[in-house]
Every structure is written in C-alpha cells, then in structure tokens.
Write a protein that binds this ligand. Structure first.
Ligand SMILES: NC(=O)c1ccc[n+]([C@@H]2O[C@H](COP(=O)([O-])OP(=O)(O)OC[C@H]3O[C@@H](n4cnc5c(N)ncnc54)[C@H](OP(=O)(O)O)[C@@H]3O)[C@@H](O)[C@H]2O)c1
Length: 239
C-alpha cells in the first residue's frame, strides 16, 4: 500500500504521474499544487478516495513547511514511500550565460534546487518518511555537465545551471539521508524530452511514455542505486 508525494501535479509530467498512480487502488497519492485556489479541474478529475490534493509552493519555505505538517496529520502512522520532486521552472530560457537575468536565476534555483531539498528536510522533520523512502529529484539532460560540454549548441543556461546544482544536491542527500533512514535511496531522473508546456509540441515523448518509464525505474530501485542519475529509459546519464 505505497504512498507517493508528487510536487507540481496539476499539469504536464506531474499530472501524468497522478493519472498512472491513481489507476491502482493500492496507492495513496499526495498530489501537490502551487496554489489550491486555482481550479485544477484536470487533477480533480483523476482523484479517487486515496488521492489528497494539497498546496505546496516549492519556492516558499513556509508553504513547504505547512504541507509537511498537513502530511503528518493526514497520514497518521502511515509513512511516505516515494517523494517525486517534479515541480520545476525554466525562466529566461533564451538567455545565454552572457545574459543571465539574476532575479530569474535566483527564482529558478529557489524552485528547482532549494524546493526539493526542503521538501525532503521538512517531511523528515515531521517523521513521515519511510525508512526505505525513494526520493526522485527531477533533473534534465541539460543538468549534465558532460552532455552540455559535448554539445555544439548550449541551451537554457539558467535552467541547466539549476539542474546541475540539483544533481549535486541529490548526491549530498543520498549520503545524508542514509544516516537517518537506513534504506533511503535518492536519485536524479531525466524524464526525456516530453510534450508538455515546458517541453513544447515538438518534443519526442508523450507524458505517458515518459512517466511509465520513470515509474519502472523508480519502483525497481535497489539500495545500491542511491546517488545515480537516470534517464526515464533506465539508462544513466554521465555527470
Ligand atoms: N518537459 C520536458 O521535456 C522536460 C525535460 C527535462 C526535464 N523536465 C523536468 O520535468 C519536470 C516537470 O516538467 P513539465 O514538462 O511537466 O513542466 P510544466 O509542464 O511546465 O509543468 C511544471 C509543473 O511544475 C509546477 N511548478 C512550477 N513552479 C512551482 C512552484 N513554485 N511550486 C509548485 N509547483 C510549481 C507547475 O505548477 P503551475 O501550474 O502552478 O505553474 C506545473 O505543475 C520539471 O522539473 C522539468 O524541469 C522536463
């Protein structure tokens, strides 16, 4: 009877996670959205009696902390088995490293790096993470320094800096979380190039293909896989 937390679950890849996970009556899903006051009709249409839609703005420490407390009061003695840090932004994507927009870069790092770190930290503080929790930090091939160095055309400078930082966070977290939760596994996951608002219409993969691959990897993780940087296909990215 696993319990999943998914950030940024109202559209795109996050919504598809909810769609696939709610198909099994075994799964409890905590589906998080930035702002509960928005309609989120697509997400509500997927919800069953074991789906809880909560607010969690991953750029706000107060919002993440409030969510962690809500998770504790909702779950009681139950624990979270999977944390999917999916929410992400890509601001000023046309700007090169010679044109970084400082405010956008800071906002991107707040959402894409600090947010995932604090989701895990505050849930841990509330004592709601299982001893064998699987944490997936959603990265990108653009977060691979080797891939970027090898490619002729550089893309999305601010975003790729944030995803490289997320990768380093994940490697730290993989070791630090083990000290308190003995079976914890933390991975980075590139979902592939996916047809969403972020990925655009020309992307190669449907959300269905990407998420079914990601779930296969996530659900098959072993303790020795902690700290690895996966693609949705199960292959690994180089750093
Ligand atoms: N699509 C791709 O090709 C691709 C490739 C590589 C990596 N990724 C990564 O995959 C993840 C999902 O991407 P996507 O394609 O589904 O993007 P998307 O269609 O733009 O959706 C982004 C999701 O993140 C949420 N979000 C953004 N900022 C948030 C915040 N401060 N608090 C809470 N939620 C927030 C959005 O909520 P709102 O509706 O409230 O904005 C939305 O639900 C991201 O981490 C992205 O970097 C995507």
């Amino acid at each position: 009877m696993p319990t999943y937390v998914i950030t940024g679950s109202n559209r795109g890849i996050g919504l598809e996670f909810v769609r696939q996970l709610t198909q099994s009556p075994d799964n409890t899903v905590l589906a998080l959205v930035r702002n509960l006051s928005k309609g989120h009709s697509d997400l509500k249409a997927l919800a069953n009696e074991k789906t809880h839609i909560f607010e969690c703005d991953t750029s706000s420490l107060a919002s993440i902390r409030d969510f962690a407390k809500t998770a504790r009061s909702t779950l009681g003695d139950n624990k979270i088995d999977y944390v999917i840090n999916n929410a992400g932004i890509n601001l000023s994507s046309q700007n090169s490293s010679l044109q970084l927009a400082p405010d956008d870069l800071l906002e991107t790092i707040k959402t894409n790096v600090i947010g995932p770190a604090k989701v895990v930290e505050f849930l841990l503080e509330q004592g709601v993470l299982s001893d064998n929790v699987r944490v997936q930090n959603t990265s990108s091939g653009l977060g691979s320094i080797k891939r970027t160095a090898d490619s002729e055309e550089r893309q999305c400078a601010g975003y790729s800096i944030s995803k490289a930082a997320l990768n380093m966070l994940s490697v730290h977290l993989a070791a630090d979380l083990r000290k308190v939760l003995k079976g914890a596994v933390v991975i980075m996951m590139c979902p592939g190039w996916v047809k969403t608002d972020m990925g655009g219409e020309s992307a190669m993969l449907s959300p269905e293909e990407s998420v079914s691959g990601q779930l296969k990897v996530l659900q098959g993780l072993k303790e020795e896989d902690t700290g690895k940087f996966y693609q949705y296909s199960g292959d690994q990215w180089s750093w």
